[in-house]
Design a protein around this ligand. Sequence first.
Ligand SMILES: Nc1nc2c(ncn2[C@@H]2O[C@H](COP(=O)(O)OP(=O)(O)OP(=O)(O)O)[C@@H](O)[C@H]2O)c(=O)[nH]1
Ligand SMILES: [Mg+2]
Length: 516
Amino acid sequence: MLLLRRALPPSTAYTTATRRLRVPSRISTLPHPHRLATTSSTTSIDPGFVPRPSDAQRKTIYALSTPPGKAGIAVVRISGPEVLQVWKHIVRRAEPEPWRMERCKIMHPTGGNMLDDGLAVYFKGPKSFTTEDVLELHIHSGRAIIASVLGALSHLPFCRPAEPGEFTRRAFLGGRLDLPQVEGLKDLIDAETEGQRRLALEAAGGAVSARFEDLRTGIIRCLAKIEALIDFSEGEDIEDGVYEDARNDATTLLATIRSYLGDNRRGEILRSGVHLTIFGPPNAGKSSLLNFLAQREAAIVTPVPGTTRDILELSLDIGGIPVIISDTAGLRPTDDLVEQIGVERARKAIQAADIALCVVSCEDTDATRSLPSAVADLVTERTFVLFNKSDLRPDASDNEPNNNNGTPTHWWTTSLKTGEGTAEFLTGFAQALKTRFDLDLDQDSPHTPLITHARHRVHLESAAGFIEAFLETTAEDVVIGAEELRYAAQAVGKVTGRIDVEDILDSLFRDFCIGK
Ligand SMILES: Nc1nc2c(ncn2[C@@H]2O[C@H](COP(=O)(O)OP(=O)(O)OP(=O)(O)O)[C@@H](O)[C@H]2O)c(=O)[nH]1
Ligand SMILES: [Mg+2]
């Protein structure tokens, strides 16, 4: 049996621990929009109503939720405590049956004229997107119809137009979404490639939050063991090896966090795009390659070496991966001031890139495929190489590139003029990108990167720092150790917006096995 030395007198230790656990900024205790004060008088639509409530008082918001313009359907979303009043004045029917779509006439609340013949569905809170009462009006999408319906809603004194993102903000405040889900929802709407869609869907669905929450729960379990040591007075016994258990758990948690942090920024890259810089000697076909990838004449191509001077950037989808490609000036010594600046910019772009693709003309290499001196030092085993203009050197070998800095792992031979080798290049290049960034888009969630936003990384870094600090403490300093773990849990909780550990601690303490 391990007998514990108390770090503080019993009463002090208990109150200190209890007080520390009460984190006042608990998100879930924020006033729920349903509980915000509204008065029955604000529901009046008497035109002579004085005074009109301020925007801040008008809790029912409305907005067009679909893009404006001509289309089959537009959806106007209304959320807040006065939704049933909106129904009464706009749809003019008896109370709606929740979650059931109803065909209805959309009427002007004061004018009495019909605005459109559409559909309406009422989502009774909290089973709605915002957790408030929500009404969706499905109307025909045309500028005049949309304007008339939004104009009609503006006549209701208890309604106001929603601020950007306000529906999602209410969903967050109502506890319907946490921060990674909010980020995921935004990323999902912004997603332009398959990879981005999958990543964002996972976050929006709550899987990312669940993984962060597992991590946080793990830290709190560890903390619970340390708190147990603090709370037992001298002479009381507790299971053997609790402190060692906590240290082992903390070591495992630290390794897990470190493995998330050492992900080569896969999630951030997949979300925001791989930065790829095309470089090489002048006239090798760099701009031709950019145009081939973009499937349009984005860059000027001429037989004159030194055509490209500045950096030209394009965003493309290559095999489901978002890629931001930069075409650069050909690298060569030059007296031309403008070209010198272009070459300098090219060098900086190579350094800043996640990946670089060196384009070399087959004419500029020999049978051993030595790379031209202007680029040789910039090509390493992490650079991809494209030998272009194979039509001009039908005898060109298929050998690997020969370089002083290490042999590139991926290279291809093409003629962008005849199209020879371009299909193999495209497939191989997309695969090489996936391999390089470990982005296997065909795999299911266990492979999905956890960190997709810089703020996730910041909070995980600080959690790792606190766990390391805990591991540096000894059994004599359990109170300080507990504090470090509590900070670590809070740091992870900041990712999801959950920073209160008390609820989990309570339940863990209840279940915690104490050998007495
Ligand atoms: N024969 C042949 N010509 C090509 C091929 N690819 C590009 N070209 C030509 O090579 C010339 C230079 O192409 P660019 O794409 O402008 O080359 P670049 O590397 O961007 O050149 P700079 O911008 O001057 O550095 C143009 O006349 C292209 O039409 C190819 O595969 N075969
Ligand atoms: Mg060019």
